[in-house]
Design a protein around this ligand. Sequence first.
Ligand code: NAD
Length: 396
Amino acid sequence: MATVLCVLYPDPLDGMPREYARDAIPHITAYPGGATAPTPRAVDFTPGELLGSVSGELGLRGFLEAAGHTLIVTSDKDGEDSEFERRLPEADVVISQPFWPGYLDARRLAKATRLRLAITAGIGSDHVDLAEAIARGITVAEVTYSNSISVAEHAVMQILALVRDFVPAHELVRAGGWDIADAVRRSYDLEGMTVGVMAAGRIGRAVLERLAPFGVHLVYTDKHPLPADVEQRLGARRIERLEDLVAEVDVLSIHAPLQPETFRLFDDAMLARMRRGSYIVNTARAAIMDRDAVVRALESGRLAGYAGDVWYPQPPAANHPWRSMPHEAMTPHMSGSSLSAQTRYAAGTREILECFLDGAPIRDEYLIAEGGALAGAGAVAYTARSGEASPGSSGR
Ligand code: NAD
């Protein structure tokens, strides 16, 4: 019988919702490109419910306990005395969400002597030290595509929020004002601008697709070029070097995984290559940025705005400088955890667990690492060199 240790974010401050804003969510069965949405044997929740917080339990308790397994759910995840770290030696399976990451660095993995499977309920497994997990033969899996469109929608929203300067205008009306000149003095149209996407994987490509009708010039960079017919349809031009891409854009949307080669890539020097008054939206991972270089670039005017939903570590301290820097349109890490996305990644988590507990293969597209090597989707997105810790896995 397996012990499943699950780290989820705390419940809403006023308790679990008794009702929801909408009665139902659209039923998505397939993703662009034809991959199917998760296909567990069953789910024990109503689509659209809050599943990602502690009481939501990703809808897993009934299924696991009926089969005799143990489910431990906690939000207490940081520090050696946290429940997560104390219970690690018991865990055969760890489940964590990037929004409230249960960091699994080499030190913690050494404590997790029974661990065979680390599931990311969502996408992005940088909170796990992949090189160490590979060395220990631990399978790492995530629910690929479950929230890719959710994030792409959030990125497009934040691009528009920055360029049109939505947040200060909104605050102005909430405060009883009607100062049009104040509201418009940093407000522009996106039309005609050059928008760059760093990493045109599932999310980056979806951002390109969504922005194409806005009459913008699209450029992107990725190790793997998009198919030529897609480039042509979108009018998207690949630029090989990131240094050249950033110099050409008015707006940059970042969608690369966090790994050694992308860690703190955006430092003072990289930001200095951008045009004065550029915008960056980063819904990938915060540690791709040099935190303080972003603040300096906003203060100097090199950046006209910065937005995103990813922070490091998570949760960020109350005095994290991104909470108070100028011209930001930040949210907490929420883009991939809409109620719509939760339905899919909870179902996908159950599908992965069903396969694992049955001894059946996990879908290749869900695999990040397996059998002592990168695998499936992970072999495309990540590089994991032995002895090189995954930046982002320690939570410090
Ligand atoms: P994906 O695997 O489909 O795409 C990743 C792309 O990055 C691939 O095309 C790969 O070739 C490219 N890439 C890797 N290293 C690169 C580099 N150094 N330079 C340029 N391109 C590089 O993944 P996805 O579903 O599009 O997700 C991308 C990332 O978004 C995830 O790794 C995760 O960190 C983040 N994410 C955030 C949220 C959120 O809620 N904010 C949710 C899901 C994913």
